[in-house]
Design a protein around this ligand. Structure first.
Ligand SMILES: *[C@@H]1O[C@H](CO)[C@@H](O)[C@H](O)[C@H]1NC(C)=O
Ligand SMILES: *[C@@H]1O[C@H](CO)[C@@H](O)[C@H](O)[C@H]1NC(C)=O
Ligand SMILES: *[C@@H]1O[C@H](CO)[C@@H](O)[C@H](O)[C@H]1NC(C)=O
Ligand SMILES: *[C@@H]1O[C@H](CO)[C@@H](O)[C@H](O)[C@H]1NC(C)=O
Ligand SMILES: *[C@@H]1O[C@H](CO)[C@@H](O)[C@H](O)[C@H]1NC(C)=O
Ligand SMILES: *[C@@H]1O[C@H](CO)[C@@H](O)[C@H](O)[C@H]1NC(C)=O
Ligand SMILES: *[C@@H]1O[C@H](CO)[C@@H](O)[C@H](O)[C@H]1NC(C)=O
Ligand SMILES: *[C@@H]1O[C@H](CO)[C@@H](O)[C@H](O)[C@H]1NC(C)=O
Ligand SMILES: *[C@@H]1O[C@H](CO)[C@@H](O)[C@H](O)[C@H]1NC(C)=O
Ligand SMILES: *[C@@H]1O[C@H](CO)[C@@H](O)[C@H](O)[C@H]1NC(C)=O
Length: 457
């Protein structure tokens, strides 16, 4: 144990010396009183100085260490007979994209490797050579690149597959392959036997080739759709195309876009983030540096299902919209006339600035909306009763929390994956340090996962 401490100290000293090529500036030398006065003040005691220790809120408990693949989404079933933690990983070269935690340090493909292996590969080589673009496989019954997992109000596990694997060329430059209808999908899994219970895909005028489905929330109230089986609200967060809600009727399988390209969906031009105090540009190898352009990202529902709270990732603003205007369908056979998009646009409310860019939301039974604040290694909470954003938890280990879910045990679970330090954003140099983590923190005042309010049985 002692020797490993010595190694850490040595590495720290070495870092301090190599300031010309470190991305962290070295701290200034602290001047003692003798430096100012030209002589030492006899008996002067250095006062204790206030400092930001980077920490507040409930204790952070580490639930899992990721040594193999960097995670993105997670699902937590901490109670009952079938307790389990699941993780997903976007691809890339990874062997599997949906996994289950097996112990503190290991995961395995779930439900098996076969469903994580699209026959013919992640790309459709024929379509790619025909079009000149990297085109993804259209495999509907295999997982391609799973971005998010979520537990619906009835406790069922859902899997959101972007259908868009990342392609890295020989020189280290990376892009996402374009989606082909059938590949992007929302899948309901049976957790007991690992079978697929239902799969929803999207037509090409709802999910575009450069769409990027990022997250999903469920409202299962029977009276919100004619089919009576509730809806899924899906985030199209594309950083290259169009941002919108994709609303999916779980009864009919019909889907439509809402608030397409609305200003509240879009990234703010030249909005700059800083992570761990470092102003950050994205430098993809072989390309010019730029500011992150990701739009609509965080989404959470109020416990009564009446409001959707949301924000683009690259934006300072928090928005909400009544879900009634998202549910209105003016598609080809829509029942709500042709002004649904106009009404939705006019109903958006700007709730002011968040104090950070945010890269994901979840909500709890007391109505708090948790906002992931990667610039502060923190989670903030919007309290609808006071209309204020409150501090919730902050910890230097929470570097880029990529996803959180509120679970049945009254804890919020999250994954940290150090994304801004990934090779793809750092001119081809991998700066992340394994392991990634899954953590949990206790919610205040006995709050828990939203169940009955959103139509759960
Ligand atoms: C960093 O800079 C120092 C001093 O300029 C040099 O000795 C060292 O080799 C450099 N390290 C790397 C990894 O480039
Ligand atoms: C960090 O500072 C806060 C505010 O002063 C304090 O409440 C907290 O206990 C400190 N935490 C640690 C780990 O020192
Ligand atoms: C976790 O499981 C892996 C693979 O089965 C095994 O190699 C490892 O020793 C286990 N770790 C712990 C902490 O039990
Ligand atoms: C690609 O084309 C070849 C030759 O026509 C065919 O055998 C193969 O099945 C095609 N692959 C896919 C994924 O369609
Ligand atoms: C998927 O693509 C293959 C090859 O292009 C094609 O033969 C097949 O019909 C497609 N499947 C669906 C469901 O569109
Ligand atoms: C999995 O379980 C569900 C419900 O418990 C059942 O309907 C289905 O037939 C099972 N599938 C398999 C392959 O065992
Ligand atoms: C659905 O039912 C709930 C509870 O009865 C009610 O509060 C809500 O207004 C209804 N929603 C719609 C869209 O009718
Ligand atoms: C719309 O209705 C027409 C005629 O009733 C039908 O042929 C068509 O399939 C429907 N389209 C959709 C998207 O439901
Ligand atoms: C807001 O007020 C409602 C009604 O009094 C209460 O049930 C809920 O717990 C409160 N939520 C917060 C975050 O204070
Ligand atoms: C990226 O690395 C290349 C060399 O591989 C270098 O020429 C270029 O200046 C670097 N870009 C930035 C923004 O540091």
């Amino acid at each position: 144990m002692f020797s490993s401490v010595a190694v850490v100290v040595a590495a720290f000293v070495a870092l301090g010396c190599a300031q010309s090529n470190s991305s962290y500036p070295s701290p200034p030398t602290v001047l003692g009183p003798e430096d100012v006065t030209g002589g030492s003040i006899e008996g002067f005691q250095q006062p204790h100085l206030f400092q930001d220790n980077g920490t507040y809120g409930p204790q952070v408990e580490i639930m899992h260490y990721y040594y193999d693949q960097w995670p993105i989404g997670l699902a937590a079933f901490p109670t009952g007979d079938s307790k389990a933690l699941y993780a997903c990983y976007t691809r890339g070269p990874y062997k599997y994209t949906l996994g289950k935690i097996t112990n503190l340090t290991a995961e395995e493909p779930w439900p098996n490797q076969e469903i994580n292996t699209p026959p013919g590969g992640l790309l459709d080589e024929n379509l790619s050579s025909l079009t000149g673009y990297s085109m993804a496989t259209n495999s509907t019954d295999h997982f391609i690149s799973v971005q998010a997992l979520y537990t619906d109000p009835n406790g069922r596990l859902w899997v959101l597959d972007t259908g868009r694997p990342t392609v890295t060329s020989d020189n280290g430059a990376s892009t996402m392959a374009y989606a082909v209808v059938g590949g992007p999908k929302l899948v309901l899994m049976n957790r007991e036997n690992g079978t697929i219970e239902r799969t929803y895909t999207f037509p090409g005028d709802v999910h575009f080739p450069d769409s990027s489905i990022n997250d999903v929330r469920f409202d299962l109230r029977h009276n919100i759709t004619a089919s009576g089986q509730g809806v899924a609200y899906i985030v199209d967060s594309s950083n290259e195309g169009r941002n919108a809600f994709i609303v999916l009727d779980l009864g009919t399988g019909k889907s439509w876009r809402r608030l397409d390209q609305h200003p509240s969906m879009l990234h703010t031009y030249n909005n700059r983030a800083s992570y761990a105090g470092i102003p950050t540009y994205i430098t993809i190898k072989g390309q010019s540096e730029y500011s992150n352009k990701e739009g609509f990202d965080g989404l959470a529902l109020s416990p009564d299902g009446e409001y959707a709270y949301y924000s683009p990732l690259v934006s300072q603003y928090l928005y909400r919209v009544p879900t009634s205007v998202l549910l209105a369908d003016n598609g080809p056979n829509g029942t709500d006339g042709h002004d649904a998009e106009l009404k939705a646009s006019f109903a958006v409310q700007n709730l002011g600035q968040k104090g950070s860019q945010t890269n994901g939301f979840d909500s709890s039974s007391d109505g708090r909306i948790y906002l992931l604040a990667p610039e502060q290694n923190a989670i903030f909470a919007f309290n609808p009763n006071t209309s204020k954003i409150e501090p919730f938890v902050r910890d230097p280990r929470l570097y880029w929390i990529d996803s959180v879910v509120v679970a049945d045990d009254g804890y919020l679970y999250g994954n940290c994956n150090q994304l801004p330090r990934q090779m793809q954003w750092n001119n081809g140099t991998e700066k992340r340090v394994k392991p990634g983590i899954m953590f949990r923190v206790k919610l205040p005042e006995g709050a828990s996962r939203i169940t009955t309010g959103l139509g759960g049985a």
